[in-house]
Design a protein around this ligand. Structure first.
Ligand code: NAD
Length: 296
């Protein structure tokens, strides 16, 4: 029989991801505070429930796609949470980007009720969530991963098991550190080029095929040159991820001086009202320091 999947959190990412599960033929039970998103899924055939408890009672697998650790803890362990509807054999897959320690805490509580859990955050953003090509990094037991691999594959272009519970979110933090520092480096370099009288577009074209070339450069340089700072990935979400990265770095005694610096840049941008802009607006931080605006 086809697995019944609960899906909680129908935001920028969760809505298209859940639609891809319906397209793949899975039966869905959904919930979100956002009534419009819920009715959109209901029109596509999803069943609707209002509490995680009710969803846990009915589903074989429950997926969440929520903003941060407190939201996941509330949905999993809070009043009317998954834990209240939990039964032996239920599998919980949290696909939100949260602190690895929070994943381990939720797992510790759920396993007492016989519920297995995977942390499976994603990268790729809204366009890849829509066309089903996100990358998923999965932590948890290998045999549990094997049971849900088909479900994850229906939403993703790549699904990689990276270790025990929490390893998915450690991998996502690594991803977010690399992306943030890369965008800061591109910003620093483009502002230097502008100040020195060299067209940043020419710099981009000259270096993109060399060692400095990257997916980040190809995604963000055109946005910077177009002065298009529409998200994409918002500064406030990246502040959340880098804050989790700093906490996790401190917890393991692994210093993160560059992450700390870029986090402060992002807080400066937030103070200037850019928290809902794309993270490529790190460029504006450097432009303000150098009192210049880059142009083609
Ligand atoms: P979002 O804010 O658009 O969506 C979150 C949804 O969760 C909202 O619709 C909200 O109403 C719902 N929600 C919150 N608490 C709830 C509860 N208790 N019950 C039911 N619904 C609840 O966020 P998003 O952009 O979809 O991101 C989700 C996660 O994915 C975040 O951890 C983010 O960092 C990560 N992520 C986002 C992107 C991106 O480009 N947006 C890319 C990769 C990963």
């Amino acid at each position: 029989m086809m697995k019944k999947i609960g899906f909680i959190g129908l935001g920028i990412m969760g809505k298209p991801m859940s639609k891809n599960l319906i397209k793949a033929g899975f039966q869905l039970i959904v919930s979100d505070f956002n009534k419009d998103a819920v009715s959109e899924l209901a029109q596509l055939g999803a069943e609707v429930e209002t509490t995680p408890k009710a969803i846990a009672e009915k589903a074989d697998i429950v997926i969440t796609m929520l903003p941060n650790s407190p939201n996941v803890k509330a949905v999993a362990l809070g009043e009317n949470g998954l834990i209240e509807g939990a039964r032996e054999g239920l599998i919980y897959v949290d696909m939100s980007s949260i602190a690895p320690a929070a994943s381990q805490e939720v797992y510790g509580a759920l396993i007492e009720k016989g519920v297995e859990m995977l942390d499976a955050p994603v990268s790729g953003g809204e366009p890849k969530a829509i066309d089903g090509t996100i990358s998923v990094m999965v932590g948890g037991k290998k045999e549990v991963f094997a049971e849900v691999q088909d479900v994850l594959a229906a939403m993703a272009g790549s699904v990689v098991h990276v270790g025990e519970i929490g390893a998915g979110n450690v991998t996502k933090l690594a991803n977010q550190i690399i992306v943030a520092l890369n965008i800061a480096a591109v910003s620093e370099a483009f502002v230097l080029a502008q100040k020195a009288g060299v067209n940043p577009e020419a710099v981009y074209q000259a270096i993109r095929g060399g060692l400095a070339g990257s997916t980040v450069l190809d995604a963000k340089a055109p946005m910077m040159l177009d002065r298009n700072f529409n998200p994409g990935f918002r500064i406030n979400l990246h502040i959340k991820d880098l804050t989790n990265a700093m906490e996790t770095s401190h917890e393991f005694g692994s210093p993160a001086p560059l992450t700390a610096a870029v986090l402060e840049m992002m807080y400066t941008l937030k103070g200037d009202g850019h928290e809902f802009d794309d993270h490529s607006s790190l460029l504006k931080y450097y432009e303000k320091l150098a009192n210049v605006e880059i142009s083609r």
